[in-house]
Design a binder for this molecule. Structure first.
Ligand code: ZN
Length: 636
């Protein structure tokens, strides 16, 4: 094996894997029975392509997971989860309730009504959603889709909707699309303002750009990974706004329980009383979830999360023969459902309360993260283990929610930025050679965390230092091999890959879904313009622009001064520098880059009264974001 490629597991890592094997209840195999239970059928090979023939989802590369025994380069607990997540196809959950699993990161749930079938969460992209629905119909008959429900505002729960539903049927009032309150706002805001940063950081969380294999990506914790087809969105026509609402859809009674600020800002559970089935959306799955996904997001509320699980358990648990979620596999039996929900509730409550307690004792986030361990009653429970979230980064997130990023030690209030800090560290450590020599000794002892940190200082001081990059990569890789969390493994291994190879050299921008752009409010559009304003180049610029959208009968005034772009809705300046008039679809095309402002003006799709120069100048001050920015080394 070349020193520039993935290494084998070291003796230290092998010992760590053996320790995991010895401490966890691997003889408890009930999850494997549950993950296979109700299997109806699957495709001969799960490889789904888009219209151009590009593969958007494939399980083909996961054949290496066939062996029950984990290789030394994968944590055995994660190996187990990776094998569980490989179950795929159509499964019967209970009478009238089916799930398509393993066709994407998430599950599509199908509930048979009087006239057709209700689809809960049509996966990430149209191609996989369509394939899932086709599989269902091949075995359950050609039932029409009579309703679509989005359980929450994350892409893996709505993006494939146009694969199962024609918008004309929605527009004609034939098929309701149901979602929790604030669904559209949350969908669009999360994906737009921080979109590029989150997509690039998401590569580290999901490991999509890593090779799959025992030394690469094995899983994503919640499922194998994310499909890469066409992302769409049909806006909901029915919004669940009350804490508890009961509706009848296609003859099926559904009790909706809103759970805002949990796994997603807009989310809801569903109970189907006649079917005695409880759908927990994504709040109770077979892993510790994220209070903060490492792709980046606003921190979630662990206390509310525990409370809503408890409410669901109290209100619906006794009437449920089965509980399931929009990821992973169900839990059957009323008693087991109660146990499952109690453990999930306690998990989030423990995390929240113990972090807050320790922070009130003056512990810093890193100290709390190091100290927290699952209580004995939970540690041996497979479904609370950290395959997606970890106790470590989740407890830091609880701290962040209450106290923010600052640990209150003024020495960390204004530290030098990475490049300058790296240079000083190297200098203080006695130079590159001395630092490398000590790091090699630590590496041999298995002190990977500190070796990775010090090598990062060396790389930021001098990104051309091949020795530092190699040793840093080796350290990250061993941490990846030993990690129980798929997300940490993916992050470590992609860090190692980019240290060895550099990042792919492309200036491509993050993909944007036209449906999401159309869903943007005008406020959000102007927020989006404002975060693209290059503050340095805008120095000294000053203009006031009126905007008129005749098709919507809406008006905005936009002010640029002091390198800040602000707006007021339903206002117009009396003496603007210019007034720009355009229809909303033209605006969408500008955002989607199907049209430049110059072309829109030239084609008469937008008109400017007054001086056109400030308008053209403003668009010239907007930055574009390249998706592949540097992460593990200084920005090029
Ligand atoms: Zn999800």
């Amino acid at each position: 094996m070349s020193a520039d490629g993935p290494q084998d597991a070291t003796p230290v890592t092998r010992a760590r894997q053996r320790a995991a094997l010895e401490t966890l209840p691997f003889d408890d195999t009930r999850d494997f029975e549950d993950a296979a239970r109700g299997f109806v059928a699957t495709l001969p090979e799960v490889e789904i392509k888009n219209a151009q023939g590009r593969v958007v989802w494939s399980l083909r590369d996961y054949a290496f997971l066939a062996s029950a025994e984990a290789p030394p380069t994968v944590n055995p607990s994660l190996w187990r989860q990776a094998r569980l997540n490989l179950h795929h196809g159509l499964f019967q959950v209970t009478e009238r309730v089916y799930q398509v699993r393993g066709f994407d990161l998430s599950n599509m749930t199908l509930i048979e009504g009087e006239r057709g079938v209700i689809v809960v969460d049509p996966l990430i992209s149209t191609e996989v959603a369509r394939a899932g629905l086709d599989l269902y119909r091949a075995h359950r008959g050609d039932r029409p889709v009579t309703a679509v429900i989005y359980s929450h505002s994350h892409t893996d729960h709505y993006g494939g909707v146009r694969g199962v539903l024609d918008e004309a049927e929605v527009a004609a009032g034939l098929v309701p699309v149901v979602a929790p309150a604030r669904f559209m706002e949350e969908v669009v805001s999360e994906a737009v303002l921080a979109g590029t940063a989150m997509i690039r950081r998401g590569q580290f969380q999901f490991g999509a750009t890593l090779p799959k294999g025992p030394r690469g990506q094995v899983d994503a914790g919640l499922g194998k990974g994310t499909s890469r087809g066409t992302v769409t969105l049909i806006p909901p026509t029915v919004t669940i706004a009350e804490p508890i609402e009961t509706h009848r859809l296609d003859g099926i009674e559904i009790v909706f329980q809103l759970t805002p600020e949990t796994e997603a800002p807009a989310e809801m559970h569903m109970f189907y009383p006649v079917l005695r089935a409880l759908n927990l959306a994504e709040n109770a799955t077979h892993n510790l979830h994220n209070l903060y996904p490492i792709r980046g997001a606003q921190v979630r509320d662990a206390n509310a999360w525990a409370k809503y699980i408890d409410e669901a358990r109290d209100r619906f648990g006794r009437g449920a023969d089965v509980a399931f979620a929009q990821h992973h596999w169900p839990v059957w039996g009323t008693e087991r459902v109660q146990e499952f929900l109690a453990a999930q509730r306690d998990l989030y409550k423990f995390l929240h309360d113990q972090t807050v307690r320790l922070m009130n004792h003056g512990f810093k986030a890193a100290e709390i993260a190091e100290r927290l361990a699952l209580p004995r009653g939970l540690a041996a429970t497979w479904h609370v283990r950290g395959y997606y979230g970890t106790l470590s980064h989740n407890s830091k997130s609880v701290y962040q929610r209450y106290l923010g990023w600052y640990d209150a030690n003024p020495a960390s209030l204004d530290p030098l930025p990475p490049v300058e800090r790296g240079g000083k560290y190297v200098e203080y450590m006695g130079g590159v050679a001395a630092a490398l020599a000590r790091a090699r000794e630590d590496y041999a002892r298995g002190e990977y965390r500190f070796v990775a940190e010090v090598m990062s200082h060396l790389v930021f001081a001098d990104p051309a230092n091949r020795e530092a990059r190699r040793l840093g990569a080796d350290a990250l890789e061993q941490m990846g091999y030993a990690a129980e969390a798929a997300t940490w493994r993916n992050a470590y291994l992609l860090g190692a890959l980019e240290l060895r190879q550099g990042r792919p050299d492309t200036t491509a921008r993050a993909p944007v879904s036209p449906d999401l752009v159309r869903g943007m409010t005008l406020d959000l559009f102007f927020d989006y313009l404002a975060v693209r304003l290059n503050g340095e180049r805008a120095e000294g610029e000053r203009s006031v622009l009126n905007w008129v959208f005749p098709d919507l009968d809406r008006r905005y005034v936009l002010t640029l001064q002091n390198c800040a772009l602000t707006y007021l809705a339903e206002r117009q300046a009396e003496r603007p520098d210019a007034t720009i008039t355009l229809a909303r679809p033209v605006l969408d095309r500008l955002v989607l880059r199907e049209l430049t402002i110059d072309a829109a003006l030239a084609q008469g799709l937008a008109t400017i009264a007054g001086d056109p120069k400030p308008v053209v100048r403003l668009f010239g001050l907007l930055d574009d974001f390249a998706l592949m920015f540097d992460v593990i080394e200084p920005r090029r």
